[in-house]
Ligand binder design. Structure first.
Ligand SMILES: *Cc1c(COP(=O)(O)O)cnc(C)c1O
Length: 499
C-alpha cells in the first residue's frame, strides 16, 4: 500500500495558510513558548490583576483585518494589550470566585492538542480513546458501574444542564424529545438548596421546565440542604399533582463550600424514585484527597455527577465533565440518527458510542488531553495533596481572621472558602474588595451571607501559600483603616510589581 501514499515534500501553495518560512516561524513560536513559560514561572513578579487602561481597550478595537499582518506584530499586540490584563487566576494571590490556577504542564498539553486539531465528536481515533480513558478513571473513582458513561463539556453549568436533560428524558420517556415536554413535563418539579449555584435554576429554564419548577429548599446553619424540609416539599408537591423528578445536591456550595448530606439525599431519592444529581463543580475532586474524601460519602450513589477539572483539578480552562450512572439513559437523552453520522464496522467511521451521542455538541475539542497530561504527570495523590493544602490554608486564614479584632468571620470554613469582613458597614467592605483587587496584591471576591456583604476568599490555586494569605489580610486591614479614616485613597502600584 505504501506506494499509494504520496511522498509530499512540503510545497507551500499560495492558498495554504502554512508559514512561507518555517524556520522564521519556528524561531518566533519558540519565543512565544518561552514567554508563556516565563509568564507562569515569574507570575509572582506581576500584580494579580490590574484595571484595563482605556487606551488598551481602544487599541484592540480595530476594523476587521482584511489584509495580512506579520505574526510578530500580532504577537506584540498580544504581549502589550492582552496578556498583562488577564483575570489573574494563574497568580497565587487570586482568591476570587472559584478559579483554578492551571499548570505549565496543562499549557503545553493544550498546545499539543491544538497541533492535532482533533475533533472529538466521534469517529475512530486515539484522542477519543484518551477521553474514554478519563471516563473510565472517573467511573472507578466514584465507584460507578461498568455501563456508566461520561463526557467532557465546557464546565459544570453545561454538565448540570445536561443532567437536567437526561433526568427529564428519563422521567418523560424518549418520545418527549419528539413531541416536547407536554402536559406531563409541565408538572415536573426539581429540588435543590438555597445555597446551590445559580446555573441549576438556569438549567431548568433552558430545559424548558421553567425556573419556578425548581424548589429551593432551606439550608441548615452549615449551609447544607435541610433534608427533612426537602422530604416535606416533595410530599406536598406530590399531593397537589406535581411530579418530582430531580434533586440536585451540592458537593461544595459556591458561597461557603458546604457539602450536602449526600447519603441522606441519596436515600430519599431512592425511596421517592427521583434522579439524584450532584453538583460537584469543585468539591467532587476532593475525592483525590484521602483526608477529604470521606466528606463526599454518598456521592457514589448519585445518578449523575457534574465536576470541573479546571477548578481544583488545576487543568487549564475549560474542562468540565459529566458522569452518568446509566450510560444508556445518558445516550437516550442526546443520541440522534443522521445519515452523515452513520457508524461503520471498519474505517474511520467505526467506534461504538460517539461522544456526540452524549451531549449537544457535534464538533468538540480535545479537552481530555490536558486533563490526561495533568492526571498522569502529577498523579492524583499529589493533586489530592494540593486540594488538602488549600483547605489547610483556608483554616489558617480562618484562624487569622478570628484572632484579628478588626475582622469578623461570617461563615464556618468547610473546605477552601473563607467569608469574612472588616468590622464596618457593607459599603466600606465593598470598597475594600475593589481596593484590594485594584492594588494588584490579591484578588478576593464577595458574596452576601445572611444579608451581610462578605469578603470571600476561595483558595484553589496550587501556588498559593501563607504569604499570600498574609498579604491579603494586610491589604484588607490597610484599605479598611484608610476607608474608615476617610482619607483619599489612591490606588497604589503593587509592591511586587516589576516592569
Ligand atoms: C463553578 C461552579 C459552577 C459552574 O461551573 P462552570 O464550570 O463555571 O460552568 C456550578 N456549581 C458550582 C458549585 C460551582 O462552583
Amino acid at each position: 500500500m505504501n506506494e499509494i501514499i504520496r511522498n509530499t515534500q512540503s510545497s507551500v501553495t499560495h492558498t495554504s495558510l502554512d508559514p512561507q518560512d518555517w524556520s522564521e516561524f519556528r524561531a518566533l513560536a519558540h519565543r512565544m513558548l518561552d514567554d508563556a513559560i516565563d509568564g507562569i514561572a515569574n507570575v509572582r513578579a506581576r500584580p494579580v490583576w490590574q484595571p484595563i487602561p482605556d487606551a488598551t481597550r481602544v487599541a484592540v478595537r480595530t476594523d476587521l483585518p482584511r489584509e495580512a499582518n506579520d505574526l510578530a506584530d500580532v504577537y506584540r499586540e498580544f504581549t502589550e494589550h492582552v496578556a498583562p490584563y488577564a483575570t489573574g487566576n494563574v497568580h497565587p494571590g487570586f482568591m476570587g470566585w472559584v478559579h483554578g490556577g492551571g499548570t505549565a504542564v496543562g499549557m503545553v498539553a493544550e498546545m499539543l492538542a491544538a497541533g492535532l486539531n482533533a475533533n472529538l465528536g466521534g469517529r475512530d481515533h486515539m484522542p477519543v480513546e484518551v477521553e474514554r480513558q478519563i471516563v473510565e478513571w472517573m467511573r472507578h473513582l466514584f465507584a460507578f458501574p461498568q455501563d456508566a458513561s461520561g463526557i467532557f463539556v465546557t464546565g459544570t453549568s453545561m454538565a448540570n444542564l445536561m443532567a437536567v436533560l437526561v433526568a427529564r428524558t428519563a422521567a418523560l420517556g424518549t418520545l418527549a424529545r419528539q413531541h416536547g415536554i407536554g402536559n406531563d413535563g409541565a408538572l415536573l418539579t426539581a429540588y435543590t438548596s438555597q445555597a446551590a449555584h445559580g446555573c441549576v435554576s438556569r438549567a431548568m429554564d433552558i430545559a424548558g421546565l421553567g425556573a419556578d419548577a425548581l424548589r429551593k429548599i432551606d439550608v441548615d446553619a452549615d449551609h447544607r440542604i435541610d433534608v427533612a424540609a426537602l422530604r416535606a416539599q416533595i410530599a406536598t408537591d406530590r399531593e397537589v399533582g406535581f411530579k418530582p423528578f430531580l434533586v440536585v445536591a451540592s458537593a461544595g456550595t459556591v458561597d461557603i463550600g458546604a457539602i450536602d448530606d449526600l447519603k441522606a439525599v441519596a436515600e430519599l431519592c431512592r425511596e421517592e424514585e427521583i434522579w439524584f444529581h450532584v453538583d460537584g463543580a469543585f468539591g467532587a475532586l476532593a475525592i483525590f484527597s484521602p483526608e477529604l474524601a470521606p466528606m463526599l460519602g454518598g456521592i457514589e450513589l448519585a445518578d449523575s455527577i457534574a465536576l470541573d477539572f479546571h477548578k481544583w483539578g488545576q487543568v487549564p480552562y475549560d474542562a468540565g465533565f459529566l458522569l452518568v450512572r446509566d450510560g444508556e439513559q445518558h445516550r437516550q437523552a442526546f443520541a440522534q440518527p443522521a445519515a452523515y453520522l452513520r457508524r461503520e464496522a471498519r474505517g474511520l467511521a467505526a467506534g461504538a458510542v460517539w461522544p456526540c451521542d452524549l451531549g449537544p455538541d457535534l464538533s468538540r475539542g480535545f479537552r481530555a488531553l490536558k486533563t490526561w497530561f495533568t492526571l498522569k504527570t502529577f498523579g492524583t495523590d499529589r493533586l489530592g495533596a494540593v486540594i488538602a493544602r488549600s483547605c489547610a490554608l483556608a483554616k489558617y486564614l480562618e484562624a487569622r481572621v478570628i484572632a484579628e479584632p478588626r475582622l469578623e468571620l461570617l461563615a464556618p470554613v468547610n473546605l477552601n472558602i473563607v467569608c469574612f469582613r472588616y468590622r464596618a458597614d457593607d459599603a466600606v467592605n465593598r470598597e475594600i474588595v475593589a481596593d484590594v483587587q485594584e492594588s494588584g496584591i490579591a484578588a478576593p471576591s464577595s458574596t452576601t451571607l445572611d444579608g451581610k456583604f462578605a469578603i470571600r476568599a476561595a483558595i484553589v490555586n496550587h501556588r498559593t501559600d501563607e504569604t499570600d494569605i498574609d498579604a491579603l489580610l494586610a491589604a484588607v486591614l490597610e484599605f479598611g483603616a484608610r476607608r474608615l479614616s476617610d482619607a483619599v485613597i489612591e490606588v497604589e502600584a503593587p509592591p511586587l510589581a516589576a516592569q
